[in-house]
Ligand binder design. Structure first.
Ligand code: SF4
Ligand code: SF4
Ligand code: SF4
Length: 360
């Protein structure tokens, strides 16, 4: 039966390595003041640097897990610690045949959200605000300094994880064992599941606060997303660096069409466009790139915020993709990362749908 237990975080992961036959633990490693990155821990000593709650997403971890399971499943048992949006992205990548879950024990973090890159890397503020961030997490309050998509994220409970590391509304973290495999693991380690397998009241309250923020965010983006002129004003300063697609866990093409020779224009092409339009903006095709990216992946966008963090021009990329993604996903009645069984809308043909497009 499902249940929960309060165990010191590094003790639990050490026991996985030393007693349960796990060869590795993948998670956030904090090193030095305000610095953190993902690591594969293979011994108990290094696990002292594991800090799953540190408010930074150095990359969407689903991309890292995809790298080491792209060709085949992990040959060894590995525990991977993911935030909720990272787990949802991983499920999408499994469906896209770019990751394997076999041999992975999924530990999901009940996510308090993360800070923008700028705050962590440029202003070096992560350490300074970490205490206040953890206090807010323990009380289930909406921490003000989070990235906008995190403040608007109501799906922060990783529903598909084997085990949830829950800290919202709790002074100490609690491990919630959600699947049969996880419960068997607890039994084999002699962990008694004497707490109920449920979210705290503060966690549900935080969900409501985030939904309220989401409503404002969506209204704000929609007021700017007004046809092609709205897109131009939102993406007008885009320099076509494609950072947003390189860091996106869902941008699945191994060879991106927008980086292919198709877009290496010869002088003649520029001349033709100048003759037709007069003065042209360079780089060209920035809106085409964003629209193309949207049509490829917006049904699977998990609103993780990576694209916005990586944008050097401070364009609200993830907010736009969230709003467009939410609408498309609702249209196809699809929730990315919810279920491995639910087929991807892009690979599913339904004869009887979208008739309004035919009539338009
Ligand atoms: S979007 Fe932010 S709050 Fe939501 S799961 Fe991801 S990191 Fe956490
Ligand atoms: S488009 Fe942006 S927010 Fe959506 S999954 Fe990709 S990186 Fe995350
Ligand atoms: S990261 Fe920003 S500047 Fe670069 S392509 Fe994406 S939106 Fe444009």
């Amino acid at each position: 039966m499902k249940g929960a237990a309060q165990i010191p975080v590094s003790d639990f992961f050490s026991r996985l390595l030393e007693e349960a036959g796990y060869k590795g633990v993948f998670g956030l490693r904090k090193r030095g003041k305000g610095k953190a990155f993902y690591s594969l821990f293979v011994d108990s000593e290094s696990l002292k640097e594991l800090d799953p709650f540190f408010p930074l997403m150095p990359q969407n971890a689903a991309k890292a897990v995809s790298r080491f399971t792209f060709h085949e499943a992990s040959p060894h048992k590995v525990a991977v610690i993911l935030r909720s949006c990272e787990l949802r992205a991983l499920i999408e990548l499994v469906k896209l045949e770019q990751a394997e879950l076999d041999n992975l024990l999924i530990i999901g973090v009940e996510c308090g959200g993360v800070l923008p890159y700028e705050e962590v890397y440029l202003k070096n503020r992560a350490e300074e605000v970490y205490g206040a961030y953890m206090d807010a997490l323990k009380k289930g309050e909406l921490f003000d300094g989070l990235r906008p998509v995190c403040k608007a994220c109501s799906r922060f409970w990783p529903e598909n994880a084997d085990i949830v590391l829950s800290h919202v509304g709790r002074d100490e973290p609690v491990f919630v064992f959600q699947t049969e495999e996880a419960v068997d693991l607890a039994k084999s380690l002699g962990i008694s599941l004497d707490l109920p397998a449920q979210r705290s009241k503060a966690s549900f309250e935080l969900e409501e606060k985030r939904k309220a923020f989401e409503k404002t965010l969506v209204e704000e983006v929609k007021s700017q997303l007004t046809g092609i002129s709205g897109l131009l004003s939102l993406f007008g300063r885009c320099i076509s660096c494609h950072n947003c697609s390189h860091v996106c866990p869902i941008c699945y093409c191994k060879d991106c069409f927008f980086e292919s020779a198709t877009f290496d224009y010869e002088a003649e092409s520029y001349e033709r466009r100048v003759a037709k339009k007069g003065t042209i903006r360079v780089p060209m095709d920035t809106i085409l790139f964003h629209l193309g990216r949207m049509t490829h992946m917006a049904t699977s966008c998990v609103s993780c915020g990576m694209c916005e963090d990586a944008c050097p021009m401070n364009i609200p990329v993830s907010r736009v993709f969230k709003v467009v993604g939410d609408e498309l996903q609702a249209l196809f009645e699809y929730v990315p990362g919810k279920s491995l069984e639910e087929p991807l809308p892009l690979t599913t043909f339904r004869y009887d749908e979208l008739h309004e497009v035919e009539d338009a």
